[in-house]
Design a protein around this ligand. Sequence first.
Ligand code: GLU
Length: 487
Amino acid sequence: MAASAPRLRFAPSPTGYLHVGGARTALFNWLYARKFGGKMLLRIEDTDKARSTDESTRAIFEGLAWLGLAWDEDVVHQGANLDRHRTDAYRLLQDDSAYRCFCTQAELAERRAAAEAHKEAFTYDRRCDRLGAEEIARRVADGLPFTIRFRVPEGTTGWSDLVHDTITFPNKDIEDFIILRTDGTPIYNLAVVSDDIAAAITLVMRGDDHISNTPKQIMLYTALGAALPEFAHLPMIHGMDGKKLSKRHGATAVGDYQHLGILPGAMLNFLALLGWAPGNDIEVMTVAQMVERFDTAGLQKKAAIFDAKKLEWMNGQHLQLLPTDELVARVTPAFVAAGYTTAMELEGRRDWLLTLLDLLKVRARTVDDIVAQAAPYFLDSIAYTPDAVAKQWKDRTSTIASLQGIRDALAEVPAWEAEANEAALRALAERMGLGDKAGKLFQPLRVALTGESASPGIFDVLAILGRERSLSRLDAALAFTRAPRNA
Ligand code: GLU
């Protein structure tokens, strides 16, 4: 078992924030490892010193931590493995899989320009592979700088991709590529293969923008005498317009969604559906369900579409799934930040808070929605939404009559609880001849209590607001509707 346990890795380049595409790739690697009893490693591909930053590495750690995607073993920093990369390049040189190339960048650029002038694709013409041993020894002794180029063999290179099935490249389309620069630093493909061999990776799962690197990498594995891993190339993520996802489409950093109040479980669920179809039209899943269902058979070839509205919807679904006391931990800081209350005050009326959240979460898609909807239950005075006023308080005379009638009826209810309030208001509706149209009474009341046309059930709202606050809201609504300017 141990010998065959899969080993995967997520290998981001720390050149920006953790992008949703990267997070999706991390998630799929993680799901596969969890599902099949394997390990997922994290490798920071920081060999591009000019573009890599510590800040970006931190953003990757933070993003993964927020999502709960823990990696196994110690983080590998690719830059720490330069000696091994170099040793591997020299091994390939020694056993004749590679050769020294003394062509300078200026010479190569010149030849490239000449080829382009003739509308020909430039490929390296292998001239340094034809140098005699003595000439090479002389140039090395003279201290001429050289790169190491891999000698691409004849034939074809292919693999059976877990997403795209068989992929084959004719080797003649691949030039003898450089693996080590003149300064002794490795080229990307060599570093990746050297590190994947050292980490005994058995499955490379990454974006399909890497498909063109894969034949080169396979050649390197073979030349280094290492067993090939399997490959699974995941589809790209596009915006709603079908173009590659970019900042133009809105937030693309995982951290942005964290700050927008998206739940990590919802984000994971949403990401999971970007390139994976669990089957049976299943969409909403907990992390445990994703692990249980994950399989490469459900991976998709076609680009996935990033629909921010769907993410919001997904978040709403996960808000409902979240046990209310877990929700408390999430909304408390948001309520405090909104200036509604203090954490201590909330602690003192936890049952009230639990009831409120039970009422609000069913209509909310984000924590921000809950915060907005909770305002009437915390603040002394509320604003009336113009639409609600126009619609529910349209006729001034009847609105005043209804609100006054409600106020009087409720003021007489001996015990402030939902059933007694309901009985009092239904009796009032009866007296007013509203028959089964009691809603005519409840809608103006809803605006008086919450400022909105939509809210949780009106008797729940009365109960959670309490007697004093409900009656004073009615007084304020009466003052508002009676004021001449609102006539
Ligand atoms: N560092 C590469 C990237 O961020 C990943 C390479 C790989 O997974 O092999 O796209």
